[in-house]
Design a protein around this ligand. Structure first.
Ligand code: SAH
Length: 349
C-alpha cells in the first residue's frame, strides 16, 4: 500500500492518527512544529520524539520534499520554480516580492481541465490533482530555499482550485493554522474560473479567505468563447453564487478581468461590467492579457487599460491594474506551463 505523506494531514486529523498509534495527541503538535516551523526533511530530525515513535512514523508515513528542477529569477525579483513532485511529474510555483511582503502563486493540479482560450495551461493534458501536502510543500520549499517568510498565497498557478476542492480546503487549513504555516486566511486567495456549486460550498466552510472570480467578459456569448466553463455555469448563475457568497461571508469578492485588444477592452464592455457589478461588495482586478504562444488574444493598449479602469472607478467600482511581474521569465498570469517533464534532462540552475 502506498504510504501517506504526513504533510497531507491538518492538525486535527494528525492528532487522531497519532492517538490511534497509542501516542499522546500533543505529539502531533510537535510533528507540526518540526515540519512547518523548523522545515525538517526527515523523521530522524524530530529529536524530541522517542526513537521508537520516529520508527513507527517512518513505517507509516513519508515526508514529501520536492526537488527543485529549475529556478529562474526575473529582473524584478520574481522567482519561478519548477518542482519535481516525485512521481515523474513537475509543477510550477512563483514567488513574487511586494513591499507588503512575499506572495506565492501555487499550483493546485497537474494540468487543467478548464480549457480557457487565453491560458498557457490549456495546452497541458490534465494528469491529476495535487494532494494537500503537495500544495503546502510548494510554500515550505520556497521558504526553505529563500530563507524568507511567505505572507500571502494565491491559488493562481496551474489548475482550477475548486476542481480539487477537498485538497485545496484542507491545504488552506494547514497553511492557516498557527502551528502550521500560520498564514492568515485573509492573506490567502482562491481564484476560480467559476465552478458555481463549489462556490456555494465554500461559502459554508467558515474560512476567511478571499475569493477571486475570473470573469473576463460581460456577456455569455463572449465569455463562452473565452472560457468553456461558462457553458455550464453562465454569468447570471455565477454572479448569483457570488452575491450569496458575499451575504454569507461578508467578504469582498475580487473579479479578475484580463483585457484583450478589440475583444473585451472597449468602453461598451466597461459599461456592461458596471451594470453587472453595481452594488456588489467587490473589487475589479484588471490584468493586461499576456499573449501566449499561438494565442489569438493580444494585450490591450495602456491607454485603453487606463480608460477602462478610470471608467469603473468613476462609476464607483474600485478597479486596479495588476502589475506585471516576472514576464521576462514567463512567470506572469496565464503563462505557467509544465515543461521539462523528465527530471533526468533538467538542470538545477
Ligand atoms: N483556474 C483558476 C486559477 C488559475 S489562473 C482561474 O481560472 O481563476 C489565474 C488567473 O490568471 C485567472 O484569473 C486567469 O483567468 C488569468 N489568466 C490566465 N491566462 C492569462 C493570460 N494569458 N493573461 C492574463 N491573465 C491570464
Amino acid at each position: 500500500m502506498k504510504m501517506k505523506n504526513i504533510k497531507d494531514y491538518n492538525l486535527e486529523d494528525l492528532k487522531n492518527e497519532i492517538k490511534q498509534m497509542g501516542e499522546k495527541s500533543f505529539r502531533a503538535e510537535q510533528i507540526f512544529q518540526w515540519i512547518y516551523h523548523e522545515k525538517v526533511q526527515s523523521f530522524d530530525e524530530m529529536t524530541n520524539l522517542s526513537l521508537e515513535l520516529r520508527e513507527k512514523l517512518k513505517d507509516r508515513y513519508t515526508i514529501c520534499n520536492f526537488n527543485i528542477l529549475k529556478k529562474e529569477e526575473s529582473k524584478d525579483g520574481t522567482i519561478k520554480y519548477l518542482f519535481d513532485v516525485l512521481d515523474g511529474n513537475a509543477i510550477e510555483t512563483v514567488l513574487m516580492k511586494y513591499h507588503h511582503g512575499n506572495s506565492i502563486c501555487v499550483s493546485s493540479q497537474i494540468g487543467c481541465k478548464m480549457g480557457c482560450e487565453f491560458c498557457a495551461s490549456t495546452g497541458i493534458n490534465f494528469i491529476r490533482n495535487l494532494t494537500s501536502g503537495e500544495i503546502v510543500e510548494q510554500i515550505i520549499r520556497v521558504e526553505q530555499d529563500t530563507g524568507e517568510r511567505i505572507s500571502n498565497v494565491v491559488f493562481m498557478g496551474i489548475g482550477e482550485p475548486l476542481d480539487n476542492y477537498d485538497n485545496v480546503v484542507n491545504a488552506i487549513r494547514i497553511m492557516n493554522h498557527p502551528k502550521g504555516l500560520n498564514i492568515g486566511a485573509r492573506h490567502i486567495s482562491i481564484s476560480t474560473s467559476g465552478l458555481v456549486p463549489q462556490i456555494y460550498k465554500l461559502a459554508e466552510e467558515n474560512i476567511q479567505c478571499t475569493l477571486s472570480i475570473s470573469l473576463h467578459a460581460t456577456n455569455n456569448k463572449k465569455r463562452s468563447s473565452m472560457m468553456p466553463v461558462n457553458q455550464a455555469y453562465p454569468i447570471e448563475e455565477l454572479l448569483q453564487a457570488c452575491r450569496d457568497y458575499i451575504a454569507k461571508t461578508n467578504r469582498r469578492i475580487s473579479f479578475e478581468y484580463a483585457l484583450a485588444k478589440d475583444n473585451n477592452d472597449n468602453l461598451e464592455d466597461a459599461k456592461e461590467l458596471v451594470k453587472l457589478l453595481k452594488g456588489m461588495l467587490c473589487h475589479v482586478n484588471l490584468i493586461p492579457i499576456n499573449k501566449i504562444e499561438n494565442g489569438k488574444f493580444d494585450k490591450s493598449s495602456n491607454e485603453n487599460i487606463m480608460k477602462f479602469r478610470d471608467y469603473l472607478n468613476d462609476c464607483g467600482i474600485v478597479a486596479t491594474i495588476r502589475r506585471e511581474l516576472g514576464s521576462d521569465i514567463d512567470a506572469a498570469c496565464g503563462q505557467l506551463r509544465r515543461k521539462n517533464l523528465e527530471s533526468s534532462t533538467t538542470i538545477v540552475e
